[in-house]
Every structure is written in structure tokens, then in C-alpha cells.
Ligand binder design. Sequence first.
Ligand SMILES: *Cc1c(COP(=O)(O)O)cnc(C)c1O
Length: 354
Amino acid sequence: MKKHNFSAGPCILPQEVMKKASEAVIDFEGMGLSLIEISHRSKEFIAVMEKAQSLALELLGLEGKGYKALFLQGGASTQFLNVAYNLLNTKAAYLNTGTWSSKAIKEAKLFGDIVEVASSKDANFNYIPKDYTIPGDADYFHLTSNNTIFGTQIKDFPETEVPVVADMSSDIFSRQLDFSKFGLIYAGAQKNMGPAGTVLVVIKEDILGKTQRAIPSMLDYKIHIEKESMFNTPPVFPVYVSMLTLQWLKDLGGIAAIEKRNEEKAALIYKEIDRNPLFKGFAAIEDRSVMNATFNLTDEALKGKFDAMAKEAGLSGINGHRSVGGYRASMYNALPLESVQALVDTMQQLEKEA
Ligand SMILES: *Cc1c(COP(=O)(O)O)cnc(C)c1O
């Protein structure tokens, strides 16, 4: 039986993408060779890389606006230091909204002064701080747009003169935003785009070149831009699958279309969390994530029963992160509404039987 995949990451990808990807591993576009056994400098793979980059910029509405898209290695976690390495001269500002922001801050502190403009740590990161000031002399302002673990999401982005750097690992391509307000966006592929092994970095070129620091080639955005994401062997399979997912999204109607579906899914689960007396939401209502819904049982004694029912219903990956407990339903782009309905049905079944 095909399961309902609520995994937080690596996570669900479209079935048709999986099918095409598996075919390409055996025989890539009728070449009689596998995608993963041909040169990354072959014209066939260069076309894949170029397509992935242009689809990313097109979907974000950033074509012709001075941005470059790169597919690098090292995951979003390497971007925590890479951002600081390339952009931090003396001082940078960070908003601390959870585990991933905290990790980004820790890495950036190796490179200069870090001003934590606000933090929601006092409430185990169950909300997004709203009143804070971004120092005008900061080299950049860093935020995490969606907090995968705590289930909060930034809805209104601050207006500021300094370049905004966003870790969008878990909500990229899920909602419409004015992406041209960001100087740099990065996202590990494995949350909403492809398999683990590549990280998408979208950079406004004119924010680069402002630090005097000597930058090792593999960490230098300028070198990766110059070499068109082919400075060294790129992760060919994750880039190919990401390209297929982006094409799938484009064919579906782009971010506007998926945003509507994502909102329907989120509305369905949150309505049940708020209605069902056996459950309560973790995140502050106005900051609830459309991608990751976090919730707990009101009576922990029901855990064994609910877990058994969830297993029976084929619900996979709904256990909460250890730092929050309870449950987390991750509803990335490829998750169908029917899966959320199956979860809601199970919650209602528990209410009937408890
Ligand atoms: C998963 C995640 C990361 C870490 O990504 P890696 O690719 O594993 O390094 C960073 N930020 C956010 C918001 C995430 O959800």
C-alpha cells in the first residue's frame, strides 16, 4: 500500500518525477547510458543544469532581475557559513526563530559581530517575533522563512535597506512572495524540490564583492557563478530530479497554483486541530506554517492508541521533532489533499473511540 508521506525531509516528491528519475538512471533520454554515468560536461547534462537554473529563476519571478541560481553541495547547513564568508564584513543581523536560525547564527559568529535582533527562544520558538529593529549598518539581515521543526512561518517580511538573506529550505516554491526583495535565498533541495545532495542558492549579483576576505574557491559564490555551477562535479542526480520537480510545478501552473493547494491542505488540518478537543496546536495561530503543522494530544495517554490508528491508516512521518514532541504533519508541494484528509479522518476516529 502506498503510504501518506508526511515526512519533514527528505520528503515526498511527485510520483511522475520519481518515475522519470528512475528511468533516467537506467537510460537517460535514449542515450543508452545512465544519467549518473555520463560526464557532467556533456551537452546533455549541461542542458539539465541550465534548465534547472532557469526554471528556478522563472518560477520565482526573478528572470532578468540580476539574479543567478546555483546548485551547490553541502546542504543548507553549509550556507550558514557560506553566507557569512561571502557577505559579512563587520556586522550582520539575524532573527532567531528556531533551531535552524540558531545554527546559522552560530556559524556566522565565526566571521564577525552578530546582532540577534529578536528571538522567540523564551517560548520554545512557538511564535515569530515582530517588533525589532534591523541596524542600518549591518552587512545583511538573515531570517528563516519557515521553521520546519516548530511549525511557524514568517507572513510579513520586514522592510529594510540592508540585503535580506533567507533560509527558505522548507517553504521555497510553496507560496507567492516578492522574491526580488531578497538579496540571497538558499534552500536545501530535500524539503520541496528534490533528493538530498544539493542546495539551491539564488543570489542578487550586486550584493557580492563587498568583503575583503580571501575566500576559498569552493565557498566563493563568484566563482560558482562564473563557472555556472560547474566549478567542480555537481550533484548530477539531485540537480536532475530538482529540474523535473520544477518542471512539474511549472506545468501545474507555477507557484500561484500550488499556493492555493497548499492553503487548502493547511486549512483542513488546522481546522481539525482547533475543532477536535483531543488535539491542540503548538504554534501561535497567526504564525502557523502552511508547510509544517505541529500539534499535540491534550491527553498524552492516548498516544499509543493514536499511533496505532495512524499506522493502520498508512500515515507515515507524523511524529514531531524531539524538541517539540507531539506530532508534525509536513505538507510539502507534492502531498495531495487526500493525504491530509486521511490524517483528519484518523483524528476524528480517535475522538469517536476515545
Ligand atoms: C532542513 C533544514 C536545514 C538543513 O538542511 P541541510 O540541507 O540538511 O543542511 C536548514 N534550514 C531549514 C529551514 C531546514 O528545514
